[in-house]
Design a protein around this ligand. Structure first.
Ligand code: UN1
Length: 516
């Protein structure tokens, strides 16, 4: 550790923080009479610290508080709400280094990506500040004389935000910064795998909001799914639950929230493919595929998991990828060390899932071209980025599953239509990309008829991961259909009201109905 990040971020002074011996096993434990979640550094398997767990009573307190805070916050004019978000964005800018490094320390992504993640929060804060002077409704021509017909957008209520371990700071930012300018309070239930970065993130936002007279608009509840998660999603006081994570989790959230006719915003798993056409510029394609598949050790929902290459280029492309992976294999290690390209997986369960997927791929006829191994000698949860060539009939069932690890399955195809249909053949529909120099081929992929990529994100000559915050982020099918981050995603955090105002001074009905 280059410096004491926990000290720099004030975590050691937080009443919820609990110091533990580094050999304390990760997970939920009883320490000094308190139930805590022990967090480990995935690169070493050693404990970093622990955070006290919140129980059902704590959630109830925060929910009551969030309803109260919402009532005050919604009265603050949106541009003034934007000033609070602006100050929070400034504070994230100031703390970008230690926060980014804590992301690396606790989650395992390399330092450049850890800092990039905090930058995403800064960017969405900037975006939200601009939005705070917009949140535009529409005015329509009324069919009645002397009438105005219009829509306005209103604050929605407390928003429950559930986030995954892989973007422990930015995904909160996407939700919380938008929700805040929209006039909502936020109750955040982060992953139990990243409690320290969640606490650090929350402390920054809460401190700024409190100093500006708006205590309690951001709330944090660190608890188990059974005790906190289930209660949060079934609570009618949350008109919106925004959840990022696995398809399985999203199905549960979606069903429970729908059961009470609430609204859910789901951003779930992906099984993202890159299509490489015969005419592609491989100098563009190769680094995009490598970053897309090994970046964040394959633990982004946008990770490139499948490569679908034209048969005329597949062999040459695979040779180049194998050569590039050869270099990457020498740069696996401590994510905070300069020069490291790939850090560890989050925990032992992820390593086992990786191992199982590689074994299954072999059993199903896949050929491991490079990698495939678990690096058990290092203490942390390291695996080798892996390329698997699927059999010539393009059948490999395991490739339809999202294994949250750096495994790239390579398919060969004869035509662009075959490539698109293969890419669309999986259950998930988050991100997709094509590499081609031909406008006919790229437009086929982006076809306005919808017959091209069926994903929420479709890129040309750019990889599947690393989206900017300006666009809406999310996907179709089992990815859940939600949109977070830019564009008009803010509408999910507000309620729409259609208003008719009669200034004619006489009674008139629509549709020409006479009632006299
Ligand atoms: C995620 O993995 O849940 O597009 C989010 C990307 C990042 C966000 C990923 N901006 O890869």
């Amino acid at each position: 550790m280059p410096r004491d990040l926990l000290e720099d971020l004030g975590l050691k002074r937080d009443p919820r923080f609990v110091e533990v011996a580094t050999d304390t096993p990760a997970g939920v434990r009883e320490i000094g009479g308190r139930r805590v979640i022990v967090s480990e550094n995935p690169a070493s398997g050693r404990a970093i610290g622990a955070v006290t767990l919140d129980d059902a009573a704590a959630l109830e307190r925060e929910t009551v508080g969030a309803v109260e805070s919402f009532k005050l916050w919604r009265e603050v004019p949106a541009p003034e709400r934007g000033q609070v978000v602006r100050a929070i964005g400034e504070e994230f800018r100031r703390f970008k280094e230690p926060l980014g490094e804590l992301v690396s320390l606790e989650m395992g992504k390399i330092r450049a990506e850890g800092l990039g993640e905090v930058q995403e929060t800064v960017d969405i804060a900037d975006f939200a500040v601009g939005l705070s002077r917009q949140l535009p409704g529409q005015v329509f021509p009324s069919e009645r004389r002397g009438h105005r017909l219009m829509e306005q957008w209103l604050p929605l209520g407390p928003v429950g935000v559930i986030t995954a371990f892989n973007f422990p700071n930015a995904v909160w930012g996407w939700n919380a910064m938008l929700a805040a300018v929209c006039g909502d309070s936020v109750v955040w239930k982060p992953s139990l795998l990243t409690p320290l970065i969640s606490l650090a993130t929350h402390r920054i936002a809460e401190r700024v909001a409190e100093a500006m007279g708006h205590k309690g608009i951001f709330r944090l509840v660190i608890g188990t799914d059974d005790e906190v998660g289930e209660r949060l999603i079934s609570d009618r006081r949350y008109p919106l639950i925004s959840a990022t994570g696995s398809c399985r989790m999203g199905q549960r959230v979606g069903q429970v929230v729908a059961g009470r006719l609430g609204r859910s915003l789901l951003e779930l798993g992906g099984n993202n493919a890159v299509i490489v056409h015969a005419d592609a510029d491989l100098n563009l394609a190769v680094p995009s595929i490598v970053f897309g598949s090994v970046g964040t050790a394959g633990q982004r929902c946008t990770t490139t998991r499948r490569l679908i290459a034209h048969e005329s280029v597949v062999d040459g492309l695979v040779d180049r990828l194998v050569a590039a992976y050869g270099q990457v294999l020498n740069r696996i290690g401590d994510p905070l060390k300069e020069g490291t390209l790939v850090g560890p997986l989050i925990d032992d369960r992820a390593v086992k899932a990786f191992d199982r997927a590689v074994r299954t791929a072999r059993e199903q006829g896949g050929k491991v071209l490079i990698g495939g191994g678990v690096m058990g000698d290092r203490g942390g949860h390291f695996v080798q980025p892996t390329i698997v060539r699927v059999p010539a009939n393009n059948r490999l069932d395991i490739a339809s599953e999202e294994t949250f690890a750096p495994i790239l399955y390579v398919f060969a195809c004869k035509s662009i239509d075959e490539a698109i249909s293969l890419q669309n053949s999986v259950d998930q529909g988050l991100s997709s990309a094509i590499f081609t120099e031909s406008i006919r081929v790229s437009e086929r992929f982006l076809s306005p008829s919808g017959s091209g990529s069926d994903c929420g994100i479709a890129n040309v000559n750019a990889g599947t991961s690393g989206a900017e915050i300006g666009g809406a982020f999310g996907g179709e099918k089992d990815t859940g259909g939600g949109r977070e981050s830019g564009s008009d995603s803010w509408k999910a955090y507000m309620r729409r009201q259609t208003c008719t105002v009669n200034f004619a001074g006489r009674f008139e009905l629509a549709q020409g109905i006479r009632f006299e």
